[in-house]
Design a protein. Structure first.
Length: 129
């Protein structure tokens, strides 16, 4: 269910690493918990992020949730199409709904993230609580 080419956080963000670039988004589990997404706030290109730092917010009909950077880096790209069509997050959270691309400044932060199987197990435990 969760793409194996990514690493995952306990806050339900994912990062797909390609060289020193990391593409970041939220998981299918996260969008499902949020419900219909109606608004998204993302950072400016050039902003430097620390792992765990809030980089934006996603608003749904149920709640407003903060988005946390899974790795430290400098924002290289922002998916501005999502601000016009935030519902894409509900439709394709692991594909077209990527949120930003960062230049990863400390790849050692990846060791603190879960692989797809570990994240699946984490979500199953969380769903039972």
């Amino acid at each position: 269910m969760y793409p194996p080419d990514r690493r995952y956080t306990k806050d339900h963000e994912w990062v797909r690493v390609q060289g020193e670039r990391g593409t970041i988004g939220i998981t299918d589990y996260a969008q499902n918990q949020l419900g219909d997404v109606v608004f998204l706030e993302l950072p400016e290109v050039g902003r430097k992020l620390q792992a765990g730092e809030v980089f934006g917010t996603v608003e749904s009909v149920k709640a407003v949730s903060e988005l946390f950077a899974p790795v430290p880096g400098e924002v290289l790209e922002v998916n501005s199409a999502l601000t016009d069509k935030p519902e894409t997050i509900n439709q394709d959270p692991h594909g077209a709904a990527w949120m930003l691309v960062v230049k990863i400044t400390d790849a050692s932060a990846l060791k603190d993230l879960m692989d797809a199987a570990s994240y699946q197990a984490f979500v199953e435990r969380e769903a039972k609580q």
